[in-house]
Ligand binder design. Sequence first.
Ligand SMILES: Nc1ncnc2c1ncn2[C@@H]1O[C@H](COP(=O)(O)OP(=O)(O)OP(=O)(O)O)[C@@H](O)[C@H]1O
Ligand SMILES: [Mg+2]
Length: 235
Amino acid sequence: MLGVEDLRSGYGRIEALHGVSLEVRAGEIVTLVGGNGAGKTTLLRAISGVQPVTGGRVLFEGADVTRLSPHRRVELGIAQVPEGRQIFGPLSVEDNLRLGAYRKTHGAAEVGKDLDKIFAMFPILAERRRNPAGGLSGGQQQMLAIGRALMGRPRLLLLDEPSMGLAPILVDQILAAIVDLRSEGVTVFLVEQNAFAALSIADRGYVIETGTIAKEGSGKALIEDPAVREAYLGV
Ligand SMILES: Nc1ncnc2c1ncn2[C@@H]1O[C@H](COP(=O)(O)OP(=O)(O)OP(=O)(O)O)[C@@H](O)[C@H]1O
Ligand SMILES: [Mg+2]
């Protein structure tokens, strides 16, 4: 579904991605783990189109999307949940969700159905639907950011550190929601510093170190890999 081929990107003269290649197949949860500054966010932003690339290609369902604008990629079915969530604090929870649907042509009834699905997935958002989103806790804001991305009915969901700053119980809820999404046919590319959590739900994973893919394997194989355990799992 997603192919990244020899991708290069950076900031000014500093290259942050030194030729990254990976793939995500339809129906998979694939995770990218790596430390601070390894290039995870840069890669996700290059896939969604908000970060310029200086070499290589991004393929989505066989088509080269490297030069397409971010909004064209959204229309094709690629949705990114950005690091730090970026919700609209003064707007209500429900209006934040509705914003995620603004580009779609389906009518009010369809939007209402999508809202109901997200409220079923994250009941706390239903309880708070009329409240300003800025009053939500960090974990609830993360749920809202995921919900908003889902309102666009993506086929590929890109998540940047959804567990960051969350209490363990909320991390578990978010991970469970990601696993549910896969069973509903959404393909997920999950970027995490929380390597154990991410690898434990992933079909496959990649390890990125200073802009280069250092390892790949099944989630299970990477969790059991001694070098990965030492570097990323603290065991
Ligand atoms: N706006 C920017 N301007 C200049 N350099 C940047 C910018 N954003 C990131 N970088 C640099 O690019 C490299 C990759 O950063 P990136 O944010 O992609 O890493 P990351 O893996 O997402 O890290 P983290 O886990 O801290 O979010 C780092 O060396 C970082 O300092
Ligand atoms: Mg990052």
